[in-house]
Design a protein around this ligand. Structure first.
Ligand code: G4P
Length: 533
């Protein structure tokens, strides 16, 4: 254990959450640039694809498959080993993002100061809140005329249900943007538009009353800052690290990633405050990172989209102990032992084979079909980690094999692609042969069809079903649950874990079923079922 602790305390594994176009690619790149992990801008590929055709999407995924390292970017900075988890930019692929959040210890929310809080941010933030994940917030694009900062903070409090604690405060905005005032340090960080060289000009002042403020930002903005500060300090209590760690408050920073402004401060504060690897809940017990024995779980599987190579990369998050190359580990679901001969680390621009890895690290394991999302690996203990949720799909289709001669290929393809998380597959209680697919976005259906054809030589077609909403259901009253399942069997599906799902036509009906059946508990994600099990 003694050798584990310092390694754990060095780790910082986080994901960036944002709505497409808020500046995630730009910010990630600037974090890597300031972190010294890359030396030129343009090295990070955007994975956004706002409304492309499925073939474009596959092309893009192929490119990403080759430079898979962009899914996790690791680098050393400020004495810590930082792992940034990239999350897919396409709105239709948000399930992958949700799952990625199970592998991080904190999150950074990026908000476009012109647009304010947007839909995807809201959804992803909900997942963080459900797990009490600590969140930092970066208000981006301050170089543009945007919303009033107080209005932005109000939006975060209302729409994300997070209390805010401004750590920096903008001086002017858009054309008149002069920089930020750091409330914790009493320092001015001055903005020079378009400045691409480092570092930012920093001026230490003794507080907002310091007459140097006028010299630096002019009379009007100095007065405005004093007024703002009087208001801000009366509304918001000072930043409290413990409250942040518990996911109750979010420290807020302002800047402009495109102009390199505020990103270094953000990185410095991440290094200073963001949590190191935290304990993880398993069905059996809570696993502490400092435990001597290795444990970890698979949260993502990335196919090599070259049809000639069916191999995949499984992403493993290490939860405790030390992972060693070539050591035998138990793959809990199958009961078999597995030896990883070529585990890879994801550094900023390359994938290197590693000999060991520590809690908080994410490594890639070569997979020929062994792994499923959610699988646990240990040194022998039967553990099942929680928190790899399946989210309530919003689109349902019955899937049918369109080519009877290719039945084997169809089933194999569907099973493997479901394991990869491309779609969720459900069965009906009394007819195991009918497969119902659930997805959060239409694009997932198109990708499944495309990949069945191109990788498995199988064809499928979809038939609509009338439901649009589903909830996972359980009950502590077995008889009540049985009666409910019997009565509404035409509205029930079963997920891969054997948990029942109730489907409804609309929110109003769902609510009515909830009210009429108080003994049955309804949950919008499978994770909520687990955490109450
Ligand atoms: P995403 O990954 O979250 O989708 O966003 P991305 O970084 O690609 O940024 C989206 C757009 O916003 C890009 O412009 C980018 O240049 C711009 N942007 C990012 N940060 C800032 C900022 O601080 N200020 C301003 N004014 N713009 C910012 P684009 O025109 O869509 O792309 P590009 O042609 O510039 O690459």
């Amino acid at each position: 254990m003694p050798e584990t602790l310092p390694e754990i305390q060095r780790r910082l594994t986080f994901a960036i959450i944002s709505h497409p176009d808020a500046g995630k690619t730009t910010t990630t790149e600037k974090l890597l640039l300031f972190g010294g992990a890359i030396h030129i801008a343009g090295a990070v590929k955007s994975n956004k694809n706002s409304r492309a055709a499925v073939s474009d999407f596959m092309e893009m995924e192929k490119e990403r498959g080759i430079s898979i390292s962009s899914s996790v970017m690791g680098f050393d900075y400020g004495g810590r080993k930082i792992n940034i988890l990239d999350t897919p930019g396409h709105a239709d692929f948000s399930e992958d993002t949700y799952r990625g959040l199970s592998a991080v210890d904190s999150a950074l929310i990026l908000i476009d100061a012109v647009k304010g809080v947007e839909e995807r941010t809201r959804k992803l933030c909900e997942v963080c809140r459900m797990r009490s994940t600590p969140i930092m917030t970066f208000m981006n694009k301050l170089d543009r005329e945007g919303k009033d900062p107080i209005e932005l903070l109000d939006e975060v409090e209302k729409e994300l249900a997070l209390q805010v604690r401004p750590v920096t405060w903008p001086i002017g905005q858009g054309q008149s943007f002069k920089g930020v005032y750091n409330l914790l340090e009493n320092q001015l960080y001055l903005f020079r538009a378009g400045q691409v060289e480092l570092p930012t000009d920093i001026v230490a002042i003794s507080g907002v009353e310091d007459p140097r403020l006028e010299q630096e930002v002019g009379e009007y903005l100095a007065r405005k800052l004093r007024e703002d500060m009087a208001l801000v300090t009366s509304i918001y209590p000072p930043f409290d690290l413990q409250e942040y760690m518990e996911g109750l408050v979010t420290p807020v920073f302002f800047g402009s990633a495109l102009n390199n402004f505020g990103v270094r401060e953000l990185l410095d504060n991440l290094v200073r405050f963001a949590p190191y690897p935290q304990a993880k809940k398993a069905d059996e017990r809570t696993v502490e990172p400092a435990e001597a024995k290795f444990t970890g779980f698979i949260f993502k599987i990335h196919a090599n989209l070259d049809p000639k190579h069916r191999d995949r990369v499984a992403f493993l998050r290490i939860c405790s102990g030390k992972f060693e190359r070539n050591k035998q580990y138990l793959h809990v679901r199958s009961g078999k032992t597995i030896r990883a001969a070529n585990p890879t680390a994801f550094m900023a621009q390359n994938r290197d084979i590693i000999d060991e890895a520590w809690p908080g690290d994410i490594i890639g394991l070569h997979d020929t079909g062994t792994f499923k999302i959610g699988d646990t690996m240990t040194e022998g203990e039967e553990l099942h980690f929680q928190g790899i949720p399946s989210f309530a799909p919003q689109i349902f289709r019955t899937i049918l094999n369109a080519d009877p001669m290719k039945s084997k290929q169809f089933h194999k393809g569907l099973d493997q692609l479901a394991e990869e998380g491309v779609v969720q597959v459900f069965t009906k209680p009394h007819n195991q042969n009918v497969r119902v697919l659930g997805v959060v976005g239409q694009l997932q259906l198109e990708v499944l069809q495309y990949r069945l054809v191109h990788e498995y030589g199988a064809a499928c077609r979809y038939e609509p079903i009338e439901f649009t909403l589903c909830n996972w259901i359980t009950s502590s009253d077995a008889r009540a649950l049985e009666a409910f399942l019997d009565r509404y069997s035409h509205k029930i599906l079963i997920d891969v874990r054997g948990t029942h799902i109730f489907m409804a036509e609309n929110p109003w009906l769902l609510q009515r079923f909830k009210t009429d059946n108080p003994a049955v508990k309804f949950y919008p994600t499978s994770e909520m079922v687990e955490s109450r099990a």
